[in-house]
Design a protein around this ligand. Sequence first.
Ligand SMILES: [Zn+2]
Ligand SMILES: [Zn+2]
Length: 104
Amino acid sequence: MMFCSKCGSILFPDKDNPKKIKCSNCGYSSRDKKSIVIKEKTKDSKKIELVDKTIETLPKTEAECPKCGNKQAFYWLNQTRSGDEAETQFFMCVKCKHRWRSYD
Ligand SMILES: [Zn+2]
Ligand SMILES: [Zn+2]
């Protein structure tokens, strides 16, 4: 817990700027990166969530599932970080939800 160095009141995060702490008594505000660390979700977990949310709206194509042999799958493209490499095509079986990537 942090206390105001001016009046000794308890400091709370500023509503307008959560990275700052502010005294509700005298208005004193300061930054303290060590005491106020707002944990953000990793970029990777955000990516996975996005795919799961949007997967039902993905276009379907004719592709044979290597797991169950179903002939229809959702597909999407994933661009790699370096611009040199080609984007990779991913499939997900509409029947068993198995995912695989295209190596073409
Ligand atoms: Zn104060
Ligand atoms: Zn399948």
